[in-house]
Ligand binder design. Sequence first.
Ligand code: SF4
Ligand code: SF4
Length: 333
Amino acid sequence: MASKGLCISRLQSGGLITNYYCSSACRHCLYRCSPRWPKAFISAEEAQAALETSRRFGCRSLHIGGGEPLLNPEGVASVLKAAQKAGVHIEYVETNASWYRNHETACRLLERLAAAGLSTLLVSISPFHNEFIPFCKVQGVLAACRAKGISVFPWIAGFTPDLETFDPERPHGLEEYEQTFGADYLPRLTGRYWISPGGRALETFGPYMTQIPLHRLIDQNKTGCAELADTTHFHLDLYGHYVPGLCAGLAIAPQDLGSPLDADAYPLITRLYAGGLGPLLAYVSDTYGFAPSKKHYATKCELCFEVRRFLVIDRGVDSPELRPREHYLLQHA
Ligand code: SF4
Ligand code: SF4
């Protein structure tokens, strides 16, 4: 079927998703994380397996992300220790700062994590996060990092003046930002923040984008989705999935890395890689009776998600390619 096979044989740079549950539900979140996800956190054994996969394919440096990893600080400490044991460098741990209570407890937590190997925290600073997390918590985590010698990767420092405009003691909806900075504040964020065209960003930003006729979208994508082979920002998750490219909601089993993917086991991914939306639509139309709901889409990824959501929700397809299922089941969470 596919003339061009997908074979992932070398991993360059990536992250370990320790959990998908999150104290926030940011409107741009690629992985659609939220408080409604199961409170599952990666075990020491699962972390070891993921670290081993990363090493096996040449990647000895990872970041830790979620979800909000620090909702389970002991879990993060055990992953950091496992990484040290496995000889994998942890570049940083991502956090949205929601766990902050006061300076003393934050410093104690950072001391414990530093002892386990933490050197850098990526601290989220954005209006998306500020919808759920008061800025005073972010400021508190930054101060605790300074006090304890933990390096900070502020993501993104340029938003600080925007956030400082509002009362730091409570969250602020994007509607407040629009009232203060202009009605086009939300679409302008795409020029200020690196946003991947997947997850909740599809619903948040799709309506502001140029809508492309379906036939043109298929035509533009007929050489296939090279993104699936990109290993410069890959992820491995707590459930043992390899997430190809930044295609959240798609999964490859680690044992299937290193050789060409089998088209029978991965009918969606292999078609998307070999020929893009055209072969995908032909397959899901013939096999499952899928028909696009619209004549225009903002991006190929919007239609790709519509297909995948249809399979999981409308046809009850339980495929190892379409994982984690909560990505579809909790779409609006
Ligand atoms: S972007 Fe980060 S903080 Fe926001 S919902 Fe997703 S995982 Fe949570
Ligand atoms: S269309 Fe699907 S497979 Fe292609 S890049 Fe977008 S999400 Fe990935």
